[in-house]
Every structure is written in structure tokens, then in C-alpha cells.
Design a protein around this ligand. Structure first.
Ligand SMILES: C[S@@+](CC[C@H](N)C(=O)[O-])C[C@H]1O[C@@H](n2cnc3c(N)ncnc32)[C@H](O)[C@@H]1O
Length: 207
């Protein structure tokens, strides 16, 4: 699939009912009205929801300009700031700029050095009182459970998402990458399964 069609496909997936369920626990944890940075925002569905429903002051960054073009179309007047960034370069923000930072569906696809760079930059721009949220598929559960929970004609793309992410997602979940990262840095950490066990929400705080 070309980059163009992948962006179109991913944008259409984000509009399906199941994708909202993927984000739900994270949305519930975020306080109203605060400043959020979404790293690897893609078509910015999370920011659209948070700006409309929780009045959050939202900023998204991504390395893929095509994704951001799609996001601009979808946002259509929502007050969300979007920036295209270069891989492995510092984020274009001062330290302690954001109340919270989100990394959804991003780290498990990347090499450890890129993960570490994104974590380091996310923590730099996060306020000392803030939280860094990492939402990742687990690759667990199986097609039967997926069907029992989410089958509908509107949700058929969940099968493609599950099959496409399962291998890397399981590797991420089993490696406990963030747990080791926070131990090394002396940070606090919580983890829990969300989205009926199809995703994991990891939270880093205590910078
Ligand atoms: C699978 S999409 C997830 C989009 C969105 N966060 C979501 O959960 O629906 C991953 C996104 O991360 C972006 N990305 C990959 N590497 C990145 C990096 N080093 N810095 C910023 N964004 C990156 C990709 O361009 C893509 O838009």
C-alpha cells in the first residue's frame, strides 16, 4: 500500500466506532481544560475528541506531513495546533510546556533508539506534575474474543488492525520496555490493560 493510501485507510479506521473504544480509558484519565501534546498524532482523532469533549488545549506532532494534512481536514476549525517534526530531532517546544503527553500506537513500531528519543523529549516538555501516557495494542485476546466484543459491519477494520499489529504489539508487551526504562531513570510508573485486554495503558510520572 502506498503512503498516500495508508494515510487514507488509517484516517477512515479512526472514524469507526471501535477506535473510540481504544481511546476511552485514556480520555477518561485526562482532566478537562489542560494542555496536552500528542506525539505521533496521525489524523489527530484523539485531539479532535479531547478538544471538543474536554475543552483541552491540544497540540499534535508527527513526522508524516500527509498524516497532518489529513488531520487538518478532519479538525475543520477545532483549535488544535499541529507541527511536522523531523525524526530524532528535539520537539519544537520549551521544557515543562505541557500538563500531559500522549504516545498512542507509536512506540511499539519503532527501534529502541527512536523510542528513547521520543520518551526523552516527551519528558523534557512535560511539566514536573504531569503524566506521560503510552497506549499500545497488546496483540492478545484472539479473533473470537474480538468478534464477541466488537463485531459489527462498521467495525470490520478492527480485524485488519489486530492482525497487522499483533506481532509487534506482543513483543512490546512481553518485553516490558517502559518498566525497565522508568527503573533506570528513577521515575514512577503504572500499567493496566484497557480496551478489553486488547490494549495496555502505561503511565509515567514523577519527573
Ligand atoms: C499508527 S499511527 C498512530 C496515530 C495516532 N496516535 C493513533 O493512535 O491513532 C503512528 C503515527 O506515528 C507517527 N510517527 C512515527 N514515528 C514518529 C516519530 N519519530 N516522531 C513523531 N511521529 C512519529 C507516524 O507518522 C504515524 O502518524
Amino acid at each position: 500500500m502506498s503512503r498516500f493510501w495508508f494515510v487514507k485507510f488509517f484516517s477512515s479506521v479512526q472514524k469507526k466506532p471501535w477506535y473510540r473504544n481504544f481511546f476511552n480509558d485514556l480520555i477518561e484519565e485526562l482532566p478537562r481544560g489542560e494542555r496536552l501534546l500528542d506525539v505521533g498524532t496521525g489524523p489527530a482523532k484523539l485531539l479532535q475528541i479531547l478538544s471538543r469533549e474536554k475543552n483541552m488545549e491540544c497540540t499534535g506532532i508527527d513526522t508524516n506531513e500527509l498524516m497532518l494534512e489529513e488531520a487538518r481536514k478532519e479538525l475543520d476549525g477545532d483549535a488544535v495546533a499541529l507541527f511536522c517534526v523531523k525524526k530524532d530531532k528535539p520537539f519544537p517546544f520549551e521544557k515543562n510546556s505541557f500538563d500531559h503527553v500522549a504516545l498512542c500506537n507509536v512506540l511499539f513500531n519503532l527501534k529502541p533508539e527512536t523510542c528513547d528519543h521520543l520518551l526523552e523529549e516527551s519528558l523534557r516538555v512535560l511539566k514536573p506534575t504531569g503524566k506521560l501516557f503510552v497506549l499500545t495494542p497488546t496483540g492478545r485476546g484472539g479473533f473470537w474474543k474480538l468478534s464477541k466484543k466488537y463485531f459489527s459491519w462498521q467495525n470490520l477494520s478492527i480485524y485488519i488492525w489486530y492482525a497487522a499489529t499483533r506481532g509487534r504489539a506482543r513483543a512490546w508487551t512481553e518485553k516490558h520496555y517502559l518498566e525497565s526504562y522508568v527503573k533506570e531513570k528513577g521515575l514512577s510508573y503504572t500499567t493496566r490493560e484497557v480496551f478489553d485486554g486488547f490494549a495496555i495503558l502505561e503511565v509515567i510520572y514523577g519527573k
